[in-house]
Design a protein around this ligand. Sequence first.
Ligand code: SIN
Length: 290
Amino acid sequence: MSPPVFTPTDGPLGAFVTGVNLSGRLEPGAAAAIHTALGEHGVLYFRGQEISREQHIAFAEAVAPIVINRFFTPVTGYPQIAEVRKEADQKLNIGGAWHADHSYDQIPATGSILAAKVLPPTGGDTLFASMYAAYDSLPAATQAHINELRALHSSRHVFGADAAHLTDPDNDQGGRYHNPNAATQDVWHPVVIRHPISGRRALYVNPDFTVQIDGLSETDSAELLDELFTHAQRPEHIYRFKWEPGSIAFWDNRATWHFAENDYHGHRRLMHRITLEGVALEGAERDSLA
Ligand code: SIN
């Protein structure tokens, strides 16, 4: 068999993958090729892959060990698979703010593999933003300023006991998240990382989970984060992925952000997500030692 083929999108990130059948065993070398391509392109898109839960798990495990998300309600009987669900009568969706999965962990997840199960008739796209492009397009002075900074990431305000889904009666996320007592840890990460696969610099702060920059006043930290978040969301850094039955998106959480559109009220959308174990992150300043 020939190796997988990676065809870049016409946008700033991502590639479509052909030449693999995810419902079977991967050819020797395919998992390693997919892992390398993930680091290069940031997101890999697959079409026409109707996979069972077991096949989803087997594909994930072929690339890296699975890390279980402790806040999403899992698919019954499959703790490895997080359910990303919005029912027809729900207002809010999961993932409707820019974020990188698990950045609140000491060792953030490598990536997430999201498989479409039930799609609305229209809408429900996922937007991806390249954090390579976001970093590369910053002014040199800003790059120099942020290269050695670190930032605090937290899950408390999203998943913890004081999170809106537990305290705000208008927030109907309840039932889709659980385990608020596990949202107790905060972690410092470099603001700019050296990507563990590609070796490229990537901006590593995100609007959902990054709450503070070390060494700056509260005001200066909020202003800098706001500037970086606004910059990263520029249209030239973003690709819009349109789901079809059998689509799978596999993204790298260190090189990208994602955002799930919530524009299909009155319809059900159900996705299955598996998250892969990561490695400790290194800051970009490692360059200066090279
Ligand atoms: C997520 O944020 O993990 C889900 C994205 C999506 O449902 O499109």
